[in-house]
Design a protein around this ligand. Structure first.
Ligand code: FES
Length: 615
């Protein structure tokens, strides 16, 4: 009789899962809750989901395996998890580089004076408990008390809030008085707490790769705790499109993607409350920003139109939704405010970045850049009513994808490099043995290669340059030999890696130049370049300028502001005025579609070259 399930044992994590015959290993890893790298979402085109079959029965290698793995690697049992189906109990080893490891999260932005016009007010109330002579219902009793003590009128509450009230007040059965704190938003009671417990707020920057979350005192604006984690949707593809396609396939896909991100948010809420020593019910309001795809997936909005030209959002307005409708475990009547987006490619996170960096109030002509898989650029001119944004498909190279030894900014990632003719020095995150290169390390390496003429303007590796060798893959720079690396494998930069960086930096350069031309802005008018986001925070500015990833603008100062989107989310959490400002910015930000701009292709081809002004 055929077995109905097989056991997969994932090592060295030691996780086991039972799955149906024919399940692929990527899916099995998902079922086991293991974050296996899968840039392409399981399409067999990224080569990131490598595993080693230690024992058991699986399907034989297919073309995709042969594309990414050498004969030797195949013979030693290496396979792409997404192309490998199981037909027996299997023991699998997951190499460190294939794991979606904890990433260094950029939580901090520039310290800002936050404006507070309270969204939630806490009112303490003392009312007599019911007796045979006073048969008022629980809610009406408290509403009467709030009117008497604070002059509040026309208050209402939803059933879930009433349930909390009735439960809370009967926790001390024989109390003759009820003493509690009501959290009020406008005319609505959104929750109850113990007297003296202040209402708190949750601000979230929901990124494609990472989620940053902050717990804030709504009365003082003080940040009580901050934390972050990888976006758990990563198991469904590291890029936005893979996830949108998955969600667009059917309702099951859409619910799955919403469920995992909502679970992720609840984990963060638990962690924040624990860190700050507060209860989750004290969180009476939330504000979430994210790119357009992320907010659509969270809200279960239709996403098909985001996957096809002209790539429009289902809604670009700010939305107030109940936290319970997003399954968030905070005060029962709490609202979540989702900031507005500019369009399909420029999301609420970018709007938050603008308010978080005060770009719209900059006294000079300035640009804001948030470098990522999609790099958003926005131009502000002090005397013009409109801002102008563009989005460049810079690709995931800066996240380490499509780079042979690329990885995210996690422990063991090389983040800084110095090349001399005799040796290559490098620093890794956490000073751990090197296991790969993160974005800042890749940019640093390519800049050093260009400075030392190991590559020319076209990005071609010089065969006779120091540290360059030839293998069956072609020419490559040996950064760390296997005996010194944390994986036992050589860490290299290949010719293809250099070309990937050229493509990415070319996309950004083209976007910037096109944006300036479309808005008739001479480059010398730019007085400030604001670089936001995690990658931008750790980026070595000189290296970025030397390879043309950022333009050398004669009159501009460059400011790295950290997670400005997170700061913007906190600002909007604390203030209705900031929410109105965000809405205003979203409405008056124009969008330049780069690809239809005359001369785009020619400009893009030219921008692949490294700058002439060699350092
Ligand atoms: Fe397997 Fe991309 S090749 S997930």
């Amino acid at each position: 009789m055929e077995a109905s399930t097989f056991e997969i044992d994932f090592e060295p994590i030691g996780k086991r899962v039972d799955v149906a015959p024919g399940t692929d290993l990527l899916d099995a890893a998902r079922q086991a809750g293991i974050g296996l790298a899968s840039v392409c979402g399981g399409e067999g085109t990224c080569g990131r989901c490598r595993v080693v079959i230690m024992s058991g029965y699986v399907t034989p290698p297919v073309d995709a395996d042969r594309r990414f793995l050498t004969q030797l690697e195949l013979t030693s049992g290496q396979r792409l998890a997404c192309r490998c189906r199981i037909y027996g109990d299997v023991k699998v080893h997951i190499p460190k580089a294939s794991l979606v490891t904890d990433q260094r999260l950029q939580l901090d932005g520039q310290a800002r004076q936050l404006q507070i016009d309270q969204t939630i007010h806490a009112y303490e109330v003392e009312v007599p408990a019911p007796t045979l002579h006073d048969l008022r219902a629980d809610l009406e009793r408290v509403i009467d008390g709030l009117e008497t003590a604070h002059g509040l009128r026309k208050l209402a509450a939803e059933p879930l809030v009433v349930t909390e009230l009735s439960t809370r007040t009967r926790q001390t059965p024989n109390a003759s008085e009820w003493h509690l704190s009501a959290y009020v938003r406008g005319h609505e009671i959104v929750g109850f707490a113990a007297p003296g417990q202040r209402p708190l707020g949750l601000a979230v920057d929901l990124g494609t790769t990472k989620i940053a979350a902050y717990l804030v005192d709504l009365e003082t604006g003080e940040e009580l705790a901050a934390t972050g984690q990888m976006n758990p949707q990563i198991g469904y593809g590291e890029d936005v499109i893979s996830r949108l396609v998955h969600a667009d396939r059917d309702d099951v896909g859409k619910h799955e993607l919403a469920r995992v991100v909502r679970e992720g948010l609840n984990n963060l809420i638990v962690a924040l409350a624990f860190k700050a020593g507060v209860t989750q019910e004290q969180i009476a309001e939330a504000c979430i920003v994210g790119n357009t795809a992320m907010t659509h997936l969270l809200l279960k909005l239709p996403v098909h139109q985001l996957t096809v030209s002209p790539f429009v959002a289902a809604s670009s307005s700010a939305l107030d939704v109940k936290a319970r409708d997003l399954d968030l475990d905070i005060a029962p009547g709490a609202y979540v405010h989702v900031l507005p987006c500019v369009g399909g490619f420029v999301g609420a996170d970018h709007v938050a970045m603008i308010i978080g960096s005060d770009l719209d109030r900059n006294p000079h002509t300035a640009i804001g850049v948030d470098i990522g898989t999609n790099t958003e650029i926005v131009l502000h001119k002090p005397n013009e009513k409109y801002l102008t944004a563009a989005s460049c498909a810079s690709g995931p190279a800066f996240e380490g994808a499509h780079i042979r030894d690329g990885m995210r900014a996690a422990t063991g990632a090389i983040e800084a490099v110095l090349i001399t003719p005799d040796e290559i020095k490098y620093e890794t995150i956490g000073n751990a043995p090197a296991v790969g290169l993160c974005g800042s390390g890749i940019v640093d390496t390519v800049a050093e290669m260009y400075r030392h003429q190991i590559i020319d303007r076209r990005g071609r590796l010089r065969r006779d340059a120091p540290h360059v060798r030839k293998t069956d893959r072609g020419f490559e720079l040996l950064l760390v030999p296997g005996e010194r690396s944390g994986t036992g494998r050589d860490i290299v930069i290949t010719q293809k890696d250099v070309n990937e960086i050229q493509l990415a930096k070319g996309a950004i350069e083209t976007g910037l130049e096109t944006l300036l031309e479309a808005t008739h802005t001479p480059p010398e008018d730019i007085k400030e370049v604001i670089i936001a986001g995690a990658f931008g925070t750790y980026l070595n500015l000189d290296s970025a300028l030397d390879i043309g990833l950022l333009p050398r603008l004669s009159n501009a100062q460059y400011t790295q502001v950290g997670n400005a989107a997170g700061v913007g989310a906190k600002m909007a959490l604390l203030s209705y005025k900031e929410r109105a400002r965000a809405q205003h910015i979203a409405r008056r930000t124009g969008y330049v579609e780069l690809t239809v701009f005359p001369g785009f292709q020619r400009r893009f081809a030219m921008s692949m070259l490294f700058p002439n002004n060699k350092p």
